[in-house]
Every structure is written in structure tokens, then in C-alpha cells.
Design a protein around this ligand. Structure first.
Ligand SMILES: Nc1ncnc2c1ncn2[C@@H]1O[C@H](COP(=O)(O)OP(=O)(O)OP(=O)(O)O)[C@@H](O)[C@H]1O
Length: 299
């Protein structure tokens, strides 16, 4: 049960087939199949509780499926040492918190040991330290490299965590709601950083979870829509990110627009909201009859 070497650099980075996940007798995921190839950038979309984070934890070799197969970087889950396999993935979890008030640069370096704190007596090589500095610069964080974690804004933490996830040079980057809690400027900077990263590393594959279409980077190539733990649609964005499918996915009429810069915006179609006492056309109430009679009399 060991990964004997670094996973091969060719073939799909992720392959899930007929995956089911059952907890407490309840299907959290059912009939999920997905193949992610190098250079593809997937969005996992769905309403609250649809199963997005659960699926991401399967794809990140954190959880095992109850049925079906999951292959991560060509290795079948259940037949490999998942701890070692996880060290070849970049997993950005906004809830990650370093052990102690570490500086940004040290947090980024813990991406190599996949730990919450620096490992005692471990030191990065010169190349690894240079790589940490390059990633910190790429994410626009050089001016905060020596700042301690508790003093960072949420947006700065998000960018530091992406740099950390990239330290082991992963072929696959998993991002769980990376823009949660960011203000407008921080969100836009984060999305620009993700676009730049994808442009610079052509073979990197990413899977990003969100329920906000406005939080999708323009470089998103594919999407999977989840509804109640099942796949509603999956494929290239042009086929999946449509008003009709998004409306079904979120169980609400939505108009989806893709703008010239490649980003998406979703607007809920206006649906009539009835308040107590409102007059609904085609119906009548005793109150209406009284006022109609009153109008007739006064005319
Ligand atoms: N370990 C578990 N045991 C039982 N139920 C669980 C477990 N983990 C998650 N769930 C349930 O599975 C469903 C899917 O949860 P998940 O967190 O994957 O949804 P999500 O699509 O990421 O939602 P959100 O957008 O709200 O973050 C939810 O109803 C959740 O309560």
C-alpha cells in the first residue's frame, strides 16, 4: 500500500467512476463520474448542501468512496498510501490555520511538508526557499512575506494558502470556495492571480468549488453542476453554464450572462411575490367585491 514513486506526469489527473458516498445511511453523492485532464480548469457548482465539498474531499484523497472508483494522479484510492499521494496535490482550504503565529514565508514552506507548522530540524533547500519567494511574488504578497498570520487580511491569507498549495509543484490544485469572505478588490485580485497561475503553468489542472458564478475565473474551461448529491450536467462551460441548467441546479429561475472579459454574472429572474392582502389577477376576495361595489355606487 505505498506510492513507490512520484505519480506519472501523463494521463488524466483525476478519474472518478460511478462514485457513491454514503454516511449514516444517507447518499451524499450518487452516480458521479468525472475525468479531469491536464490543462483543464473545472468549476464544481451547486446549492448549499449539494455535495460540492464532499466531492472535493474525495478528489483530494481525503475521503474514500463507499462505491465506485477514484483515481488521483493515476493511482487508485484504496490501493495507495493516501498521505503520500496528498503531498502531490495542492489543496486550498480557506479554513486551514497554521499552528502558531507563523510568518507568511514559513506558512508557504509548510506546503512542502504538508503540515500546519514547520517540522522540527527540517530546513528547505536553497531552491525550495527561492521557489517559496517566487510563488509569494507571483501571488502579489512579497511586501507581506514577513508578516505574521494573525495580522493578515482574509484576502492575503487566501493568496498565501494558494502559494503554500503550489510549493510541491502539484499537477492538480483543488480550491474550496477560495473567494469566501473576500471584499470586491480582494476577490478580483485573487481571481486575477488564479488566471495568471493557469496561464503560466499550462499543464496544471484545477477544480474550484463555489456557489457564486461571479467567483469563477475567466479561465474556467469545464463545469459540473451538482444537485442533491447527483450530477445534473458536466462538460465544457459553453454547454453546462446555461441559464436553463443553472436554474434547474439552484431550483430558481436565473438568467446567466457571460461578459466580454469571459466572466459570468447570474441574475435571478423576477418572480411575483405575493404579500398578504395582495390582489391576484383572476381571483377575487370579499374585500375586492366590497370595493368594486363601492366604486359602482359612487359612480
Ligand atoms: N460526515 C458527514 N456525515 C453526514 N453528513 C454529512 C457529512 N459531511 C457532509 N454531510 C452532509 O452532506 C451534504 C453535502 O455537504 P457538502 O458540505 O458537501 O455540501 P456543499 O455543496 O459543499 O454545501 P455548501 O455550499 O453549503 O458548503 C450536506 O447535507 C451535509 O450536511
Amino acid at each position: 500500500m505505498t506510492v513507490v514513486s512520484r505519480p506519472a506526469d501523463s494521463g488524466p489527473v483525476l478519474r472518478a467512476e460511478a462514485v457513491e458516498l454514503i454516511r449514516d445511511g444517507r447518499h451524499l453523492l450518487q452516480g458521479i463520474s468525472l475525468t479531469v485532464r491536464p490543462g483543464e480548469h473545472w468549476a464544481l457548482l451547486g446549492a448549499n448542501g449539494a455535495g460540492k465539498s464532499t466531492l472535493l474531499s474525495l478528489l483530494g484523497a481525503v475521503t474514500h468512496p463507499s462505491r465506485g472508483t477514484v483515481e488521483v494522479l493515476g493511482r487508485t484510492m484504496g490501493r495507495v498510501d493516501v498521505r503520500e499521494l496528498r503531498s502531490y496535490l495542492g489543496h486550498v482550504n480557506p479554513r486551514h490555520s497554521p499552528d502558531g503565529p507563523l510568518r507568511v514565508r514559513d506558512v508557504v514552506l509548510t506546503g512542502l511538508t504538508n503540515t500546519a507548522a514547520p517540522v522540527p530540524r527540517w530546513a528547505p533547500t536553497e531552491q525550495e526557499a527561492e521557489r517559496a519567494d517566487r510563488l509569494i511574488a507571483m501571488l502579489g504578497m512579497s511586501h507581506r512575506a514577513q508578516a505574521t498570520w494573525p495580522t493578515l487580511s482574509q484576502g492575503e491569507r487566501g493568496r498565501a494558502l494558494i502559494a503554500r498549495a503550489l510549493m510541491p509543484q502539484p499537477r492538480l490544485l483543488l480550491l474550496d470556495e477560495p473567494a469566501t469572505g473576500l471584499d470586491l478588490a480582494a476577490r478580483e485580485q485573487l481571481l486575477a492571480s488564479i488566471d495568471a497561475l493557469r496561464a503560466r503553468h499550462a499543464s496544471l489542472a484545477t477544480v474550484l468549488v463555489t456557489h457564486h458564478l461571479e467567483e469563477l475565473p475567466a479561465t474556467t474551461t469545464h463545469a459540473m453542476l451538482l444537485r442533491d448529491g447527483r450530477c445534473l450536467a458536466a462538460g465544457p462551460v459553453a454547454q453546462v453554464l446555461t441559464s436553463e441548467l443553472i436554474s434547474t441546479c439552484f431550483d430558481h429561475p436565473v438568467r446567466l450572462v457571460r461578459s466580454d472579459d469571459g466572466r459570468w454574472a447570474a441574475r435571478a429572474e423576477r418572480v411575483p411575490v405575493t404579500m398578504p392582502g395582495d390582489h391576484i389577477p383572476g381571483t377575487s376576495t370579499p374585500g375586492d367585491r366590497v370595493s368594486e361595489e363601492h366604486e359602482t355606487v359612487s359612480a
